[in-house]
Design a binder for this molecule. Structure first.
Ligand code: DGL
Length: 246
C-alpha cells in the first residue's frame, strides 16, 4: 500500500497554507513541504494553458527535490490540469482536491458551488456531482481580496445575494475561501462544506509518521507571506524562497 513519507502541498497562496496549517495541527509527526506560488497568483483568472504550464513547472521542482507525493491543494489546478500533470509525471502520486471535497455531499442534495472563474468554466464540480442539482458562481476577485487581507465588510459587500448560497449545501470550491467562511455564513443558509475535513481523513490513511519536519516556500516575497500568516493565523512561520528548494 502506498505510504506518504513527505507530503508536498501545492497552491497559489494562502489557500495552501490553510491546508498545511490544518494538517500540521492535526498530525504533528507528518513531514510536509508547502509551495505557495504567490508570484503567479491568482491562478483562477488565467487560461487553461497558462495554468498547465505553471503547474508543470511546480511539479517538476517537487520531483527534482525528491518529493513524489503531492496534494494539489488548489481547486483551479485540480480542475484544469490534474489529468495533464498525471500524464506528464507518471511516477508521481498526485491528488486533486475536488474529488476529495465532493465526497462529503449526500446523493441528491442541491449544491451551490463558489469557485474561481477557471474552476467554474471547467465544469469539474458538476461532472462529479451529476446526481445532484448544482448551481455555480465564479467569485473572480475573492482570492485577490483575501491575499490582500481585506476587511470583513469589504468581503461581505462583494458576496452579493445570489441563489448559489441558498441550496442545501454550499461548497467553498477554492482553498482560499475557508479563510473567510464566517463571512459566507452571514450570506448563506446552506450547510457549508470545504476541503479541510475530508483532507484530514484522506491524509490520515496514507501518511507514514515522521519527525514533523515541515517547510513553507513561496515564489513571492517570503517576508510578505510570513506577515500574511501572522495576520490571518496568528502563527509565526519562517518562509523560504522556492528557488532554494534544491
Ligand atoms: N486556492 C486556489 C483554488 O483553490 C486559488 C486559485 C487562485 O489563485 O485563483 O482554486
Amino acid at each position: 500500500m502506498l505510504q506518504i513519507k513527505t507530503l508536498g502541498i501545492y497552491d497559489s497562496g494562502l489557500g495552501g497554507f490553510s491546508i498545511y496549517h490544518e494538517l500540521k495541527t492535526t498530525f504533528p509527526d507528518l513531514d510536509m513541504v508547502l509551495f505557495a506560488d504567490q508570484l503567479n497568483a491568482p491562478y483562477g483568472n488565467k487560461s487553461k494553458e497558462e495554468i498547465q504550464t505553471i503547474a508543470f513547472e511546480a511539479m517538476f521542482r517537487f520531483q527534482q527535490a525528491g518529493i513524489d507525493s503531492v496534494l494539489i491543494a488548489c481547486n483551479t489546478v485540480s480542475a484544469v490540469a490534474l489529468d495533464f500533470l498525471r500524464e506528464s509525471f507518471p511516477d508521481m502520486n498526485l491528488w486533486g482536491i475536488i474529488d476529495i471535497t465532493v465526497s462529503q455531499v449526500p446523493i441528491g442534495a442541491s449544491v451551490g458551488i463558489v469557485a474561481t472563474q477557471a474552476t467554474v468554466d471547467s465544469g469539474a464540480y458538476q461532472k462529479v456531482l451529476q446526481s445532484s442539482f448544482t448551481i455555480q458562481k465564479a467569485l473572480v476577485d475573492l482570492v485577490g481580496l483575501i491575499e490582500n487581507l481585506e476587511d470583513i465588510d469589504t468581503i461581505k459587500q462583494y458576496l452579493v445575494n445570489d441563489d448559489v448560497y441558498n441550496q442545501d449545501y454550499l461548497i467553498l470550491g477554492c482553498t482560499h475561501y475557508p479563510l473567510v467562511s464566517d463571512v459566507f455564513e452571514t450570506v448563506s443558509r446552506a450547510i457549508i462544506l470545504d476541503s479541510r475535513l475530508p483532507i484530514r481523513q484522506f491524509v490520515e490513511k496514507l501518511y507514514l509518521p515522521g519527525e514533523g519536519k515541515t517547510s513553507v516556500f513561496t515564489s513571492g516575497e517570503p517576508a510578505h507571506l510570513t506577515n500574511q500568516i501572522k495576520s490571518l493565523f496568528n502563527y509565526d512561520e519562517e518562509v523560504l524562497e522556492w528557488n532554494s528548494l534544491f
